[in-house]
Design a protein around this ligand. Structure first.
Ligand code: ATP
Ligand code: MG
Ligand code: MG
Length: 353
């Protein structure tokens, strides 16, 4: 029982703790607390310490983060070969749970920003995708759902060589498959259709987020930057074509927030629109009638293009692409379509991808 062992250990640590880590600078701030760069006086190395807010809910979730990372690090990736952050230690300090990690570099959002949101070269998109998938294969083997994959939670590994490497961090929202507790998970732009619709989920939700991340690495900007959940879903429908499968819309508990049941419209009927579904997404007028206020809709970052046009024509003013570049982009479209399948059962597994 990891939880129990952790509690016992933490009590001991709290009583005997001496000042081992010296805070040097602030690295990041998140929902759970702050991350600071520290000098580890025992090893003389720099480490990143996540200082968890001292409220019970955050504390319990962080205990989960420690438990899952311990299993991932030691049992599933003992030799640090699979692009998952290493946890070095954890302790209680002045009633705050602190988790020490190996010191990593910038996150991928910061990298995109540094690159003026113009997107990365295909070579890097490919390398990073492979490495994140490597981590996801291990996570799936361990039965762990990350639940918050996004560029901010993928970090560059500092290196003296030009080889680019990333690691997956932040298991602060993660859970075990089959023991899912929360229904409000994932950051909005990277939230899967099944989570939006309120349907039981599994590791396939991480594959959806990966699809969004990979597209963003290439484009430089998020693929579905919706200002609301409705807006996100509308963007998915427009960019990907199609919509979530009927079984999902029938059984998910939030379907009515986004879709209306229109009954089966058969091929041959005058109003048949080729969708072959009994559901239609609510129009903005539908929403207006219901709520008497318009949903917040931010302007599209991209022209409202289908995925293949978006990927193959980006950036808009570029000179002629070489044949190799054209092929690479078609391969990327194919890859993204495997990850961004509305039906979680048809979505590629990490190994397939
Ligand atoms: P979120 O709001 O995403 O849930 P969080 O509170 O769970 O955030 P983390 O994502 O673990 O916190 O860390 C927040 C930020 O701190 C990261 O996005 C990253 O920029 C920085 N950071 C975290 N871990 C490290 C590390 N090991 N090395 C360097 N920087 C790190
Ligand atoms: Mg985070
Ligand atoms: Mg987090």
């Amino acid at each position: 029982n990891w939880d129990l062992i952790l509690y016992v250990n933490l009590e001991l640590v709290n009583k005997t703790s001496k000042r081992r880590f010296i805070v040097k600078e602030m690295l990041g701030q998140g929902t759970f607390g702050q991350v600071v760069k520290c000098l580890d006086t025992e090893t003389n190395n720099y480490v990143a310490v996540k200082v968890i807010k001292n409220q019970p809910a955050f504390y319990h979730q962080a205990i989960m983060e420690v438990s899952l990372l311990r299993a991932l690090n030691h049992k599933f990736d003992p030799d640090d070969e699979h692009n998952i952050v290493r946890m070095l230690d954890y302790l209680l300090f002045q009633n705050h749970l602190c988790i020490a990690f190996e010191m990593l570099g910038q996150n991928l959002y910061e990298l995109l920003k540094r690159n003026h949101f113009r997107g990365l070269r295909m070579e890097f998109v490919r390398t990073f995708s492979k490495q994140i998938l490597d981590a996801m294969i291990v996570m799936r083997e361990a039965g762990i759902i990350h639940c918050d994959l996004k560029p901010e939670n993928i970090l560059l590994v500092p290196s003296l060589t030009p080889a680019a490497e990333v690691k997956v961090i932040d298991f602060g929202s993660a859970c075990m498959e089959g023991k899912t507790v929360y229904s409000y998970i994932q950051s909005r732009y990277y939230r899967s259709p099944e989570v939006l619709l309120g349907y039981p989920y599994n590791t396939a939700i991480d594959m959806w987020s990966l699809g969004c991340i990979v597209a963003e690495l290439f484009l430089g900007l998020p693929l579905f930057p919706g200002a609301s959940e409705y807006d996100v879903l509308q963007r998915m429908v427009k960019i990907l074509g199609g919509q979530p499968p009927d079984y999902l819309l029938r059984e998910a508990k939030n379907s009515a927030k986004f879709f209306k049941h229109v009954g089966s419209i058969c091929p041959g009927s005058e109003v048949y629109d080729g969708l072959g579904s009994s559901y239609r997404m609510l129009t903005e007028e539908d929403i207006e009638m219901r709520e008497s206020k318009r949903p917040k809709v931010v302007k599209w970052y991209f022209p409202q293009l289908r995925l293949d046009q978006l990927i193959c024509n980006y950036p808009w003013k570029k000179t002629e692409l070489t044949e190799t570049e054209k092929t690479e982009r078609l391969v990327l479209v194919d890859f993204l379509k495997g990850l961004l399948k509305f039906d979680p059962d048809k979505r590629w597994s990490p190994l397939q991808a």
